[in-house]
Each structure stands twice: as structure tokens, then as C-alpha cells.
Design a protein around this ligand. Structure first.
Ligand SMILES: Cc1cc2nc3c(=O)[nH]c(=O)nc-3n(C[C@H](O)[C@H](O)[C@H](O)COP(=O)(O)OP(=O)(O)OC[C@H]3O[C@@H](n4cnc5c(N)ncnc54)[C@H](O)[C@@H]3O)c2cc1C
Length: 437
């Protein structure tokens, strides 16, 4: 089955799963409680299904992620949470507009037990959203946010379940109860899969560090090889979550793109820039350290595009997934024309300088390096990748090429807009954002 078809299939499964709880409204209360009340309940059940599916969507299931790319899936996870909040708030609001005496359910002193569970669920959901939207402003580290996000999500879903149970009206019949418990079991199963099954599987397939090499730009290349197994196959440009020197159950794991060629999965390389607490300590990792990999993930790969050639636009450490693609293309002796425009701070920050020269000899590859703060001796372009520079360096018939952008967010936004203005079809523009969260 093609990736596009798989995408359509998963979208269909998702819509069916959201619509399924409406089944309760139909079979659980055949007499109905009036149009508005039934609609309000339907919204509540849909919101409940979507909340549960949020746990599944972020479970990093490779089969589900592959057609879309993890960044698209996570973007969806973020955006849809506002829709869920709207449904959750509309659910009681509709009942209260129809019968204002129900406003008493908002007051914990006069609310029923069922309403209290509902209020608890909404309160937890609001805290969860606030922490996610203002994480950096609140000064929460990524790890603290991630653990609290997971616990709050479980809290929101569990309290919503109890709320529905206590209301009871729609889930009292035997068939409805059976389906209801199957849904609950499915969600617990998804959680167990993410928190237990996946780490246990990773424990059986450890990797170890073979070399840690200092690179320019405050970066290190980490050589990694499988320990007692054959390693994993990945597409050039993809990434994996790495747990370095910790248990596979640890929440201290970080996503890094493979910078090695995909042609030899037994010798992996990641090139990591010091951008925060954990990445600043990569240089201290000793060869032999145990590493666990969760992956591969991502849709940022030339293998997914039928194109006459490729244009790679990289900024700083964003060159890593592009290196993996170029190294793979060279190993496969690909003859198609390629252009790399690579923006960096200065000569001293240039990653993979010698390797790029070697690749230019093996491929039909033109390389343009743009330096923001070069030395006086620099003869190449200065500043950033501008529309004028693109005019100069882009190939003739640019719409026949596939484009790959990875770099700082501002650079990616500007270049994406520029390519769109040149009428490059959106499906030919591929982005990898390192600020996924
Ligand atoms: C798809 C993808 C590929 C990446 N590839 C590379 C690469 O090849 N080389 C490289 O140097 N960097 C890469 N990064 C960035 C790298 O993951 C972060 O720099 C690293 O996680 C920062 O961790 P820290 O503890 O040092 O910094 P912190 O100070 O803890 O975090 C800095 C920021 O990094 C992000 N971050 C931290 N931990 C995670 C996590 N577990 N998952 C997602 N985001 C996180 C958060 O936005 C956080 O605010 C990639 C990121 C993504 C999303």
C-alpha cells in the first residue's frame, strides 16, 4: 500500500474512532433526552474520544507516523487540542443555556458527584494547555513539562471516564457497557504500550557509543553501533530519539537526525550541537556507553520524492539530516543534479567541511556556503540566504526539483515563503524543524 493510501486509511480510522462513541447516544438512550441534550452529550462523547486519541496520536507509532511525518502528527496534536477544549466547554454550556437551573453544577458546593468529576477533568485540561502554551515563559524544563504533561493527560482522561460513568445515562445498557469498557481497555493498552512495551523492546536492542568526535560549531559526532543485533534500517534524513547512558524507561531522551548514510545501518552517526543541559554534556560521553534508540521517525527524506534533482537549504546544525541524504546519494551513485546552500556563522562553525568537498567530487553537487560573520579572507557570499542569492543559485526549471529545508526557525520560515512565492508546489517543499516541541 502506498504511503498516501496509508495516510487516507489512518485518517479514516481516526474519524471512525471519533464517531464511534456516538453509538452510546444511539443505543444507550434510545428514548433520547431532547435534541439539545443529545447534541450536548454527543459533543461530550466526541471530545472524550478525541482526548483518548491524543494519547494514541503521540504514542510514536511508526505505522501511523510514516505517511505524515512526526512533525505533522505533533502539529495536529497541538492544534486539535483547541477544538477539543471548545467541545468540552460547549458540552455543559449547551445544557445550561437550555436549562439555566443547571448552572448550579458549576458550583462545587451544589454540584452533583458526576458534575464534580466533569469539572475536575476540565480544570486539569486547562492546566495541561496552560503549561504547554507557556512552558518556556513559566521556565519549565522540557523533562518536567513532559512528565507533568503525561500525568495531566492521564488525569484528564481518567476523570472524564469517571464523569461519564457517574452520569451513567448513556452507558447503562449491557452492550453499551461492554463497548465502554473496551474503549477504556484500549486506552490503558495504548499507555502500557508506550510506557512498558516499547522501552522493554528497546532494552533488548541496545547500542553502544564507538566514538565521540569534537566538531566545529560546539558540536560532537557520536558514532553508535548495534550491540548484539543487526541495527535498524532508516531513510536518509530521518531521526531517532536517543537515550544515552540511562535506562530505556528514562524520560531523558532527545531526538537527533542520523548524519550517517542509510546504506550501512550497522555504523550510525549523530552530530549533536550543544543547545541545552544534556547536549552540552555530549562531549563527556565515553566510548562504550549504552545507548537506546527509538526510531526511525520522520518524513524528511529524498526517498519520498520523485524529482529531477534536489535543492538542500541548511542552516547551522540543520545540515545533519542533509548530510545523511548526501552521503546516501553518493553511496548509491545517484546522478541527479543537486544544490546545497548552507548558511553558517563563520568559517570556524562550518560542519562537515572536508566531507562536503569529498561529496561534491562523487555527486553532481554544487555547494554554496554563506557566512554571516566571515573573516576578511572569505570570498564567498556573506550574510544569510537571500531571495537574490536564490535567484542566482537555483537551477533552471526549479519546479522539477525537490527542496529540503532544515535550520533555525526564522530562516526556514523566510525560505519556505520565498519558495512558495516562486510557485514551487508545496508537496516538493520538505521541512525538518528541530524545535518540534
Ligand atoms: C526531528 C528533530 C531532529 C533533531 N536533530 C538534531 C541533530 O541532528 N543535531 C542536533 O544537535 N540537534 C537536533 N535536534 C535538536 C535536539 O533534539 C535538541 O537540541 C535537544 O533535545 C536539546 O536538549 P537539551 O537537554 O540539551 O536542551 P534543553 O535545554 O533541555 O532543551 C532545549 C530545547 O530543546 C527541545 N527539546 C529538549 N528535549 C527535547 C526532547 N526530548 N524532544 C524534543 N525536543 C526537545 C525543547 O524545545 C527545549 O526547549 C533535533 C530536534 C528534532 C525535533
Amino acid at each position: 500500500m502506498t504511503l498516501a493510501l496509508r495516510g487516507v486509511m489512518w485518517a479514516g480510522v481516526y474519524v471512525a474512532a471519533i464517531a464511534a462513541p456516538l453509538f452510546f447516544v444511539l443505543i444507550g438512550a434510545p428514548e433520547g433526552r431532547g435534541w439539545w441534550a443529545d447534541l450536548s452529550m454527543a459533543l461530550g462523547f466526541i471530545a472524550m474520544a478525541m482526548l483518548g486519541l491524543q494519547l494514541v496520536v503521540t504514542a510514536r507509532l511508526p505505522q501511523v507516523e510514516a505517511p505524515f511525518g512526526l512533525d505533522v502528527v505533533l502539529q495536529y496534536h497541538r492544534q486539535i487540542s483547541y477544538v477539543i477544549l471548545a467541545f468540552v466547554l460547549l458540552h455543559p454550556a449547551m445544557l445550561m443555556v437550555q436549562d439555566p437551573s443547571l448552572l448550579r453544577l458549576l458550583n462545587p458546593a451544589t454540584a452533583t458527584t458526576a458534575a464534580l468529576w466533569g469539572l475536575a477533568s476540565v480544570a486539569l485540561l486547562l492546566v495541561l494547555l496552560a503549561l504547554s502554551i507557556w512552558r518556556t515563559r513559566l521556565g519549565l524544563s522540557y523533562e518536567v513539562w513532559r512528565v507533568s504533561h503525561g500525568l495531566l493527560a492521564i488525569g484528564v482522561v481518567a476523570t472524564a471516564f469517571v464523569h461519564i460513568e457517574r452520569v451513567g445515562y448513556y452507558v447503562s445498557g449491557p452492550l453499551a457497557r461492554a463497548v465502554w469498557f473496551a474503549v477504556a481497555a484500549g486506552l490503558i493498552g495504548a499507555l502500557a504500550y508506550v510506557r512498558l512495551v516499547k522501552p522493554l523492546r528497546r532494552r533488548k536492542r541496545p547500542y553502544r557509543v564507538t566514538a565521540v568526535t569534537a566538531q566545529p560549531c560546539e558540536a560532537w559526532s557520536l558514532g553508535v553501533e548495534p550491540d548484539g543485533h543487526r541495527g535498524l534500517r532508516f531513510l536518509p534524513g530521518q531521526f531517532a530519539w536517543l537515550t544515552i547512558g540511562r535506562s530505556p524507561f528514562s524520560v531523558k531522551e532527545h531526538p537527533f537526525s542520523f548524519s550517517s548514510a542509510a546504506t550501512d545501518p550497522s555504523r550510525l552517526e549523530f552530530t549533536i550541537k550543544a543547545l541545552g543541559d544534556d547536549t552540552a554534556r555530549i562531549g563527556e560521553v565515553e566510548p562504550g556507553t549504552r545507548v537506546y534508540l527509538d526510531g526511525p521517525y520522520g518524513a524528511f527524506s529524498y526517498t519520498r520524492s520523485e524529482a529531477a534533482g534536489f535543492v538542500f537549504l541548511a542552516g547551522g546544525v540543520g545540515v545533519t539530516p542533509i548530510m545523511s541524504m548526501l552521503r546516501t546519494l553518493a553511496d548509491l551513485e545517484d546522478q541527479r543534479p543537486m544544490h546545497l546552500l548552507y548558511a553558517c556563522r563563520s568559517e570556524a562553525d562550518l560542519l562537515f567541511g572536508d566531507d562536503l568537498d569529498g561529496l561534491a567530487e562523487r555527486l553532481d553537487l554544487s555547494i554554496t556556503i554563506v557566512l554571516e560573520h566571515p573573516s576578511d579572507e572569505w570570498r564567498g557570499p556573506r550574510g544569510v540566504i537571500t531571495p537574490e542569492l536564490l535567484d542566482e543559485r537555483l537551477p533552471a526549471r526549479p519546479r522539477r526539483y525537490a527542496y529540503f529545508l532544515c535550520g533555525p526557525p526564522a530562516m526556514m520560515d523566510a525560505l519556505e515563503a520565498d519558495l512558495a512565492a516562486r510557485k514551487i508546489p508545496p508537496e516538493r517543499i520538505n521541512l525538518e524543524r528541530f524545535d518540534l516541541i
